[in-house]
Design a protein. Sequence first.
Length: 244
Amino acid sequence: MKKCLAILIGVALSAAASSQVLRLPISTAPPIFGRFFGQAGGTIGLDFSQFSGTVGHHNNPVLHKQVNYATLAIGGRFNVFEFSNTFSVALAAQPLISFGRAYNKSTGGGVNFMFRTPCTIDFNIGYAATNKSHASRRGVVIGAGMQWVKYPFFGGDIPVFKERTSGGQPFFTNMNCNWWEPVAHLGIRSPRQHFYSNEVNIRVAYVKRDSLNLNGASNTSLNNTLRDFERFSIMLSYLVFLNY
């Protein structure tokens, strides 16, 4: 948890610092700073994920859904290559903190927090591709990379499966773990007042692997592995550039 908070705070401070520096006239700012861009925003109604797998000696099926009600996004990008005023290739990261609820027929689910950090290579075209692309009226970003997920972000374990012991008492299989997964996104950008930029972004992630260590504090060794782990997620967000 401390590591995640440190990452989030560091990115937020970097975005804020870049925002202040880049408000200087381009002619007075060092060229390297003109390649940094900060963003902030959140979800606009769609942030859903689902994973499945099997646990236990009898390969009990697990189907777990997560609906995030609200997500805060603070991120930044650095243009590694600027081929023209309206085309650039960048490295980007966007930590996401989400508040939502898990849904699971076996356990009933529950309220929780999720942390994600997508790290992508972005192709920026048109508006907001560089700090000199104001003449364009529309822009597009296409990116792909890897996303780190911590679920839950903090608090107790999340139950994903419930079974009955020989004595009739319920036993829960829980998760409190992290993993990497491939991610891709597409964003549409448009101007707004005072040279800021809007972006509507859709992000999709998918991963399939042989197993995932659930790290549940009360799990037995037999129930601590989710086999045939498969996860899909989709998120629609609204973002604003802090320094464009």
